[in-house]
Each structure stands twice: as structure tokens, then as C-alpha cells.
Design a protein around this ligand. Sequence first.
Ligand code: GLC
Length: 474
Amino acid sequence: MKIVMVASESRPYCKTGGLADVVYSLSKELANVNEDVSIIIPYYSSINVEAELVYNLPLKMAWRTPRALVYKVVSEGITYYLVKNDQYFARGHLYGDFDDGERFAFLTLAAKAIMEQFKKAPDIVHVHDWQAGMLPCLIKEDKNNKFFSKTKFVGTIHNPAFQGLFSKIILGDLYNLPDTLYDNGQVRFKDQVSTLKTMIVYSDLITTVSPTHHLELLTPEGSMGLNDVLRLREFDFVGILNGIDYKEFNPSDDKNIEMNFNSSNIIKGKKANKLALLKQFNLKDETAPIFSLVTRITWQKGFDLVFPAVEELVNKGCNIIMLGSGEYDYEQRWEDLRRKYPDHIGIYIGYNDALAHKIYAGSDFFLMPSLFEPCGLGQMIAQRYGTLPIVRRTGGLKDSVINYDGNNSETSNGFGFDEYSNYEMNRTCWYAYSVYKKKALLHKLSKNAFNTDNSWVKSMNEYRKVYLSLLKRK
Ligand code: GLC
């Protein structure tokens, strides 16, 4: 199969969140089973790679003709097409500008033009999130163009909170599409154009990143208003749980951590990593557990529950370590907490891969009480390092963490609660702390977490099945 992914970010070149991991890992696994996979992403100025200029494409965007310089690089069996235009992508950051609508319209137009240079159209075009959401529409509305007549489109929702809402003007002014698509409702959502809704309407199949989030997206509470649109596509909509990259996150061969370990020396290994981590953050009490977070600092991640729980835990003598960056107010609250409890709280505001690995490896518990979480990767990475996640059971957190309920020490690999409340959060942290004191039980659960299979192979096979089933359709 010839498969082309289109997204706004992908490892190893650019990343702000889980999207970049998923686009990359899924592609890599598909390439491993000999599928022909390409990824089209912007060539942001932060990307530093030797790539070859292969196309120089003038794109028609209503009254202007911006150019896409397309660079190609092949890595780990994946062909990347990096779309360069410094006016759009040399900003020093990926998102958050007033003209994001135009920047990603440009990426979408470029993706179509790049594929039109191929000898044969792709079998599958797989678009991710709002940034690439208009592509199926753009191609299907180009009615005289027969090049893509056999191509099938898959659209994945990684985060329903970002709906790509823009004024109706973007249709004609950026995408060269007629206003009738707005007037007849195809692309209209909340009285604007939504590129995410358009992806849902025009893709042959829609996926999201966990089975539970699939169900949530069909309800008014869990879908940020997308439920009615998704109901219309209910029979072409599935949830596939993400995996994590088992090569990148591998405690037995991880250059970033103090001591490598596997299932036979996990207890010793975790101890050594914990001591190194405490030292790095200048925390004193080796006997107390470490509760950690590695996260984007944003309301989605449940910080309203985290802050009171942190104070409770610190008052019990526990250690807290947080790495992340994001919303200013929350960052300041972390700074305040650290100043208040310097012997118990260590924070790193920013993005730091190597340090993140150390935290996953050296912690006892990993906090992820998200308000909503389509999939979540942190909890799976924690498990891979034998660290027990404490999660709110929403979306993929529910699908990947088996709560310890006092009777299931054979199968449990973490802790979970349902209600988004301080009471439930504090209760669950307290319970985890009580388990920490029963060393044999703690080690058993930690081993269960370590042995959980969160690898991509399983998920990749599900995507592959989906692609193949689409190709059988007329
Ligand atoms: C988004 C979601 C997260 C998911 C990731 C990858 O960042 O918020 O839950 O794991 O996409 O699919």
C-alpha cells in the first residue's frame, strides 16, 4: 500500500505533543512491514536536517501564489516531504499565530500538489487533526481531477478541543473552494468553518486514539460539541489505542538513565534511578515516594486537582517532581510551591527529553488526572519504566490503566478514579501511598506495569486492517 500521512508535526523533526509521536511511530511500524509510507509536514525553521530539494511548486491561493519548496529525506524507511516557505514556517514556534489558518491552508494545498507529482496516487491519505483537516474536502471537491479517484481518506482526531474554527472567508480566500459548502452546511460548525468538522464529513473513515474516547466523542459531554456530526458518521468511526515507541523508551537500553534494568533487576534498577533523580533535584528524603508529572502544562491535564493533591502529599512527606511547560499561571503556581517546599518539590519548566526519561525511570508514581485525554502517552511510558500511573479514568487513560482495587494484584498496573474531584484525587493518591509502604505489593504492581504491552505493533495492525478494508470499498 502507498500511504501518505499529512500532519503539522512529526518526530524526529518537530514536536510539541503526542501527535508527533503517533504520526512517526505509526509510520515507522508500517514501514517495518514493508508498506510504502510518506509523511508531509512543514519545514519549520527549527528543523535541522540534510534534505534534498525535489519540488518547487507555485500554489494557487485565491489572489496570491505562494511557493512551496519541497525537501525530501528518507529516514528509517519513511519518506518525509518537508514543505518550506519561510513566510509561513520560519517563526521559531509551531502554533499560536493570528494567521495559523492560512499557514496550514498552505500546508494542505502543498500536500495535494506534492501528491500530484507522484506517478501514482496514494492508496491511503491519512490526515491528522485540524491542520490537515481540509485535505479530503479539497481533493474530493476538485471534481474534474481524476488522479485521486481510487484514493481513500482516513482522518484522525487526536484532540477535539482544537477544531480549526475560522471565518467563512477562508474557503474562497485560502482554499479556492466555493461558499456553497458553507451554505449547505458541509463545512460549517458553530457558525464558522471548522477544518476538523470538514475532516469528519469528507474522510472515508474517521478514527480517534482510544476506544473509550471513541465512545466519549459520541456524547455531548465528551465531544466538545462534535457528537452530532460524528453520529452521522457512526459506522465509519473507530477508536484505536495508540502505542509508544519501544525503542525510544526502553529501560534496558536507555542512555539517559542512571542504571539500565529489565524484569530481573527492576527493583535494584529503579532504586538506583530514584537516588540519582532525588540528587538531581536536590530532594532529601530517600525513603519517601516520588510522585511525578511530565506534561504539557494546560487545563486539559487536570492541574486543578494536582495542586491541592501535591500539598497533601508533601505534608505526608512525599517528593514531587514536575517537568513541563505551558500556561503561565500554572507555571507560576509550580514556582510558588517549589519556593514553599524546596526539600520536597523539584520542577523543570521547559522541554527536556533526557530529563523526562530520568523522571519516568526514577519515580514511584506518575500523576495524570486529566479532565479529558483522547489517549495519553505519559501513562504508558511510565508503565514501561515500572512506574505506577495515577490517572482519572477518561479516554485512553481508562483503556491503558487497570486500577488496583485491593484484590487484583495479579493484573493491576496503576491507580484510577472516575469523578473529576479533589476528593477522589486525594483519596487515590493516599491509597497509592499506603501501597508504597507494602513493599512486596508495590513491587508486584510495578512489575505488572513493566510487563504491560503498549507497543505500537498491535495498534499498527489495527490501522492496517482499517486501510485494507477501505481499499476493498468501491
Ligand atoms: C493529543 C491528545 C493526547 C493523545 C495525543 C496523540 O495530544 O491530547 O491524549 O495521546 O494527541 O494521539
